[in-house]
Design a protein around this ligand. Structure first.
Ligand SMILES: Nc1ncnc2c1ncn2[C@@H]1O[C@H](COP(=O)(O)OP(=O)(O)O)[C@@H](O)[C@H]1O
Ligand SMILES: [Mg+2]
Length: 1023
C-alpha cells in the first residue's frame, strides 16, 4: 500500500480502497481507465487484484520482473499478478498453510493467461532440485494438453477454456513444487457436435488433422482437411490465422511424452478423437416406416474399428432404442431425429468421458509419491458470470457457480474483517452488504431449490417438458423475492421475459433464462443400448470410461445439475479450508483490441464481478489499517518525538505521532496492534507530509552518509599516516640507536686506546689512528702554504710526523715547481746568474747575503749612455751588459770614470767615445775581488800579451753582478778568486803592483807611500 500511496498522484490510485468516492461507479471506472491508458492493467482492491486484459504483450512478465516481486512485501511494489502469487507462496511457506487463488472473469478476460503466469512464476522463482524438475515440467506441460482438449476458439476468445479448472500445486516443506492435482468442471460437451458461426470445435481435432503424420492419419482413416468433417465445419472457420495448429500439435506431442503417456495410450486416445469425427459424418435416412437407417456404413466401420466395437452392434444401437420395463426389454427403432440425437449423445459422452480420463491420467503423472506433509496453492480458473441475450442451462450453472464463489468471498472477507476488529479490540462496526445466500438457496436447496425441481421434473413419470418445469418453478419458488417469470411479474414487470423464461436476481444483476433444453441437458441421456456397446469396447480408454458396473446399476445416474451442484460443493469445501486470494479479470472490449476501453462493457463486468460490492465491504470499516510498527516506521519522521528512533512501545509512538500531526478522533481508531484510519484523505494528507519531509530526510541521510564515508576515509588515512609515522619514527629511532651504539663503541675504543696510549698500537686504536689521520689530512687542507716563502706547516700528531714531512716536502717541491714554471726566461737567466754568483761568492765576500735580494739588471747602461761611436766600433758584437765603473790606473791609481761593456767575445773599458781597453775573453786569466765589502775587482790578463795594457783595476757599485756576468760571459766562472787582504796585479810580466784591502771606519781608496793601493771598506756599508 505504501507503493500505492507513492504512486497515487501519478496514474490514478493503485488500490481502489484509497478512492475517496468509493461508492461511485464512475470514479471506479475512471481510475481503471486512467491506469489502462498507461498500460497499467493491474489495480488492487485491498488484496484483491483487478486485471484488465491488455490484448498486447506488455513486457511485464520477464524474469527480471519475477525477481523484483520475489520476497517483497505485497504493498511495496505496483500491483501485479506476481505479487499475488508471491504473497500466497510466502504465507504458505511461513505459516505452512494452504492457499488458493480464485481467478474469475468473462470469457476472454485473461483468466487462463493469469493462471499460466502464476504457474510460470512458481516454476521460475521457487527453489528446485534436479530430481523434482520433472514434476515442475509436468505441471507446466499439463496446460497445453488440457488446453488442446478443453479449449476452443469462440467469438470472444481464440483460446477459450470450455471447462472449469481447479489445479492444486503441491509444495514440500522447502517450498519446492513437487506435484499437483487437477479437477475439471463441466466441460462444454455440446461443442463436440455443434459450433456457432465463427467458432470452432476443441483444438485437438484440428491439431490432429494439421499436425499428425500421414501414417497416423491413414491409420485413423482421416483426411487432412477439416472441412470434410461435419463436427468441424459448422462454424465455417476451421482454418484460423491466429491459431497455428501444426506447431501446437508439436507442443502437445512433446507434452504427452513428458507426462508419461505411452504409445498405446496415444493410439487409443487418437482413436477416440478420430472416431468422433467419423461419427459426425454418419448420415441417416428415413425408411418407409419412418425408421432411421444408415445407407453408408463406411464411417460406422471406422468408428467401430477405432473404438473396438462390433460394427453391426454399433449400427443397431444408433438406430434402435432399448426400452426396459420392469419385466421386459423392448427394442424399438428410432426416428432419424432420435438417431441423430443418439449419435450426438454418443459423441458427447465419448469425448466428455475421455476428457475426464485425460485429467485423471495427468493427475496420476503429477502425483507425488512421497507422503510427507505438503502445502498447496490452488489455482481456480473458472468461468465468470455470463449474461447473453439468450441464457440457457449452461449459463444457469455458471452463474450459480459464481453466486457460490461470491458467497465464499463475502463470507471470507467479512469474516476476516470482523475477526480483525475483534482481535484488535475495535468496537464492532456493522458492515452493510448484500448476502447472496438467499439466491444460492433458491438454486440449490434440497427439495425446494431450482435444481431439485428440475431433477424431479426429469424423473417424473409422464410427459415432462421444459414448460411443465417452468410451471413447477412458478408453483414452488414463485414467491421467492429473487425469482420471477412472465406470469408472476404482472403486466408491469413482464417486459423482457418470454413465456418460456424465468428471471433470477443474482447478486450481480438480473439474468433471464430460457427453460428450453433444460430437461434434456440436465438428463444428458445416452441411450442404454449405446452405452452397452461402448462398455464392450476394446479401446482401453473407453473401457475405463464406460464401466460394465454402470449398466448393472439400475439407479439413475445423477443429473448434470446435481452432479454440478455436488462438485461445486466439494470445490467449496476445498476452498473453505484454504486461505483465499482473488484475481478478477476484465475484458476491455469485444474486439480483442489493445488500448480500447469500452465503458459499457467494463461497467457491466464490474457489476457482475461484484467489484463495487467488494470495495464497499473493504471500505465499510476503515480504509486503511497498518501494524503500529510499520506505520511508525514509515511516518516517524513527521514528529520530532518519534524521529529518528522511538524508544517506547510502537503503539504509544503512533499515538504521539498522530496527536502531533493532528488527527481528529473520528478519523482513526487504535487497535491492539494496528492503527485503523477511516478516510483515505487522512492518510493522503499524512502521506503528502511524508513525501515532503522525505526529500529533506533524504538530503540529511545523504549528508550523514557522505559524512560517514568521509570520516571513515579520513580515519583510514589517519591510521595509515600514524602507521607510517610510527614506522618512520621507529626507523629514525633505530638509526639513532645504531648511531649511539656505534658512538659508544667508538668512544669506548678511544678511551681504551687512550688508556693504552704509550703501548704498541692495539686493534682498538685502529679507528682512532684513522680518525687522527683523516682529521689531520682534512685539517691540513686549510693550512697548506700558498707561497714559496711561507715556511709555516701544521704541526702533525706524533704518528703522522713522517707523513707530514713527506707531504711538506712534496708541497714545497710543488710550490717550487710552480714558482719556477711561473718565472719568465729573463728571471730564469737572472736566477742562473745568481746561482753562479752564489758559487763564486757565497761565504767568501762580505755583502754577499745583502746582495742576494737585489736582482741583477740586464744592463746598467742605457743605449743612450753608450757613445754611438763605441757602439759603432763594437757593432759586430752584441752588447750583453754595461756598467759605469771607476778605473784605477796601474801606476798612480788615479781614479777615472769609465764604462765597462761586456759583449759576447770581449770586455771593453770605454772612456766616453773611446775604447780604452779591449779584453778578449780568451786572454782573460782571471778575476779577483777582495773578501771585504769593497767594490774593487781586478781583471787579470795574461801579462805576456803585448797588445794588452795589463790587468785592469776597476770599481763599481754592483761588484757581484758585474763580476758574475763577466765570468759567465767569458765562461770562466772557476777563475774568479776572492782574496783575503791583498792581491797582486801585473802590468807586464815584469811589472806589477799590490792592492791591500782593509776594513776601516771610513771608505777610502788611496795610494800609500810604498805605492800600494789601499782599499778601506766600511763594514757597515756592505753591498
Ligand atoms: N496479461 C495478458 N497480457 C497479454 N495478453 C493477454 C493477457 N491476458 C490475456 N491476454 C490475451 O487475451 C486472450 C484471452 O485470454 P484468456 O486467458 O484465454 O481468457 P479467459 O481464460 O479469461 O477466457 C489471450 O489469448 C491473450 O491473447
Ligand atoms: Mg480460459
Amino acid at each position: 500500500m505504501e507503493g500505492a500511496l507513492t504512486a497515487r498522484d501519478k496514474i490514478g490510485v493503485q488500490d481502489f480502497v484509497l478512492l475517496d468516492a468509493y461508492t461511485s461507479e464512475a470514479a471506479f471506472l475512471d481510475n481503471l481507465r486512467k491506469r489502462f491508458r498507461e498500460n497499467l492493467i493491474y489495480t488492487y482492491i485491498g488484496t484483491l487484484l483487478v486485471s484488465v486484459n491488455p490484448y498486447q504483450e506488455l513486457g511485464i512478465y520477464t524474469e527480471n520482473q519475477m525477481g523484483l516481486y520475489q520476497g517483497v512485501n505485497f504493498f511495496e511494489l505496483p500491483p501485479h499478478v506476481y505479487a499475488i502469487a508471491d504473497n500466497a507462496y510466502r504465507l504458505m511457506c511461513s505459516e505452512l498453510s494452504n492457499h488458493f487463488i480464485l481467478i474469475s472473469g468473462e470469457s476472454g478476460a485473461g483468466k487462463t493467461e493469469a493462471s499460466k503466469k502464476i504457474l510460470q512464476y512458481f516454476a521460475v522463482t521457487c527453489p528446485m532440485t534436479e530430481s523434482l524438475q520433472i514434476a515442475r515440467d509436468r505441471l507446466l506441460l499439463s496446460n497445453p494438453v488440457l488446453e488442446a482438449f478443453g479449449n476452443a476458439k469462440t467469438l470472444r476468445n481464440d483460446n477459450s477454456s470450455r471447462f472449469g479448472k481447479y489445479m492444486d500445486i503441491q509444495f514440500d516443506f522447502k517450498g519446492i513444487p513437487v506435484g499437483g492435482h487437477i479437477i475439471s468442471y463441466l466441460i462444454e460437451k455440446s461443442r463436440v457436435v455443434h459450433q456457432n458461426q465463427g467458432e470452432r470445435n476443441f483444438h485437438i481435432f484440428y491439431q490432429l488433422l494439421e499436425g499428425a503424420k500421414e501414417e497416423l492419419l491413414a491409420y485413423l482413416g482421416l483426411e487432412r482437411d477439416a472441412r470434410l468433417y461435419k463436427y468441424l465445419s459448422q462454424g465455417h472457420c476451421a482454418k484460423e490465422l491466429s491459431i497455428n495448429d501444426k506447431s501446437d500439435w508439436d507442443t502437445v506431442s512433446n507434452a504427452f511424452s513428458v507426462i508419461d503417456f505411452t504409445d498405446e495410450d496415444l493410439e487409443n486416445l487418437f482413436g477416440i478423437i478420430a472416431s468422433v469425427l467419423h461419427l459426425g459424418n454418419v448420415c441417416f435416412t428415413e425408411s418407409a416406416h419412418g425408421c432411421a437407417t444408415i445407407p453408408d456404413t463406411h464411417e460406422i466401420k471406422w468408428v467401430a474399428k477405432l473404438l473396438g466395437v462390433p460394427p453391426s452392434a454399433l449400427l443397431f444401437a444408433l438406430t434402435h432404442r432399448k426400452i426396459e420395463t420392469r419385466t421386459e426389454e423392448v427394442i424399438c427403432p428410432l426416428t432419424t431425429d432420435l438417431s441423430i440425437y443418439a449419435r450426438d449423445a454418443m459423441a458427447k459422452a465419448v469425448y466428455g468421458r475421455t476428457f475426464t480420463w485425460l485429467v485423471n491420467k495427468i493427475n496420476s503423472s503429477l502425483v507425488n509419491k512421497d507422503f510427507t506433509r505438503k502445502t498447496v496453492i490452488g489455482l481456480l480458473d473458472i468461468y465468470g458470470f455470463e449474461v447473453f441475450d439468450k441464457n440457457g442451462f449452461e449459463q444457469f450453472c455458471i452463474n450459480y457457480c459464481n453466486e457460490k464463489l461470491q458467497q465464499l468471498l463475502i463470507e471470507r472477507t467479512l469474516k476476516a474483517e470482523q475477526a480483525e476488529y475483534e482481535a484488535e479490540g475495535i468496537e464492532w462496526e456493522p458492515i452493510q452488504y448484500f448476502n447472496n445466500k438467499v439466491i444460492c438457496d433458491l438454486v440449490e436447496e434440497r427439495h425446494r431449490g431450482i435444481i431439485s425441481i428440475l431433477d424431479e421434473e426429469c424423473i417424473r413419470p409422464g410427459p415432462a417438458t421444459d414448460l411443465s418445469f417452468l410451471e413447477k418453478l412458478e408453483e414452488k419458488v414463485g414467491k421467492h423475492a429473487h425469482f420471477q417469470t412472465r406470469k408472476l411479474a404482472g403486466p408491469k414487470g413482464r417486459k423482457g421475459i418470454g413465456w418460456m423464461e424465468f428471471r433470477l436476481f443474482h447478486y450481480a444483476g438480473e439474468v433471464t433464462y430460457c427453460t428450453k433444453g433444460f430437461l434434456e441437458k440436465n438428463n444428458d441421456l445416452l441411450y442404454r443400448h449405446l452405452k452397452e456397446v461402448l462398455c464392450w469396447s476394446k479401446n482401453l480408454i473407453l473401457q475405463e470410461c464406460f464401466l460394465v458396473a454402470e449398466l448393472q446399476n439400475r439407479r439413475r445416474p445423477p443429473t448434470v445439475g446435481t452432479q454440478f451442484k455436488n462438485s461445486l460443493s466439494s470445490l467449496l469445501e476445498i476452498l473453505i479450508s484454504k486461505e483465499p486470494s482473488y484475481i478478477r479479470c476484465i475484458k476491455p472490449n469485444d474486439g480483442k483490441e489493445p488500448s480500447k476501453f469500452d465503458y459499457c462493457l467494463i461497467k457491466h463486468q464490474i457489476k457482475y464481478l461484484g467489484l463495487m460490492e467488494h470495495l464497499r465491504v473493504r471500505r465499510a470499516g476503515f480504509a486503511y489499517r497498518r501494524k503500529y510498527e510499520h506505520f511508525l516506521q514509515r511516518y516517524k519522521s513527521l514528529c520530532p518525538d518519534t524521529w529518528p528512533q522511538w524508544q517506547g512501545p510502537p503503539a504509544e509512538g503512533v499515538e504521539r505521532l498522530i496527536k502531533y500531526i493532528g488527527y481528529k478522533p473520528e478519523e482513526y481508531k487504535l487497535g491492539r496492534t494496528k492503527i485503523f484510519i477511516r478516510f483515505p484523505r487522512t492518510l493522503f494528507a499524512t502521506e503528502d507530509a511524508f513525501e515532503f519531509s522525505k526529500h529533506q530526510l533524504v538530503a540529511r541521510i545523504q549528508a550523514t552518509y557522505k559524512g560517514c564515508l568521509e570520516r571513515r576515509a579520513y580515519l583510514e588515512q589517519k591510521r595509515a599516516a600514524t602507521t607510517l609515522e610510527a614506522y618512520w619514527r621507529g626507523a629514525l629511532a633505530r638509526k639513532e640507536a645504531e648511531r649511539r651504539r656505534s658512538a659508544v663503541q667508538t668512544i669506548r675504543k678511544f678511551i681504551k686506546g687512550f688508556i693504552h696510549r704509550g703501548q704498541p698500537l692495539s686493534p682498538d686504536d685502529e679507528e682512532f689512528v684513522v680518525l687522527v689521520r683523516k682529521n689531520y689530512i682534512l685539517n691540513l687542507r686549510y693550512h697548506v702554504p700558498k707561497d714559496i716563502l711561507d715556511k709555516s706547516w701544521l704541526r702533525p700528531p706524533g704518528i703522522l710526523e713522517d707523513t707530514s714531512d713527506l707531504l711538506r716536502r712534496m708541497c714545497r717541491r710543488n710550490l717550487v715547481r710552480k714558482y719556477r714554471q711561473g718565472l719568465p726566461p729573463n728571471k730564469i737567466a737572472q736566477m742562473q746568474q745568481k746561482v753562479v754568483m752564489s758559487d763564486i761568492f757565497r761565504g767568501k765576500k762580505e755583502g754577499y747575503t745583502e746582495s742576494l735580494n737585489q736582482p741583477f739588471a740586464n744592463s746598467r747602461l742605457d743605449g743612450d749612455d753608450i757613445s754611438p761611436k763605441v757602439l759603432q766600433l763594437i757593432c759586430a758584437e752584441k752588447i750583453q751588459y754595461g756598467i759605469p765603473v771607476i778605473k784605477y790606473d796601474r801606476t798612480a791609481f788615479k781614479p777615472r770614470p769609465r764604462q765597462l761593456i761586456l759583449t759576447q767575445k770581449a770586455a771593453y773599458v770605454v772612456d766616453l767615445a773611446k775604447i780604452k781597453q779591449r779584453i778578449e775573453y780568451s786572454t782573460l786569466k782571471g778575476v779577483s775581488t777582495s773578501s771585504l765589502g769593497d767594490g774593487i775587482f781586478v781583471i787579470h790578463i795574461s801579462p805576456e800579451d803585448y797588445r794588452q795594457k795589463g790587468d785592469a783595476i776597476l770599481q763599481c757599485e754592483h761588484v757581484f753582478e758585474a763580476v758574475t756576468k763577466l765570468a759567465m760571459l767569458a765562461n770562466k766562472e772557476n777563475l774568479v778568486k776572492v782574496v783575503q787582504k791583498s792581491l797582486q796585479f801585473y802590468v807586464s810580466p815584469a811589472k806589477g803592483g799590490t792592492i791591500v784591502f782593509n776594513n776601516g771606519p771610513e771608505e777610502q781608496v788611496y795610494r800609500d807611500k810604498i805605492g800600494r793601493l789601499i782599499v778601506v771598506s766600511d763594514r757597515l756599508l756592505a753591498r
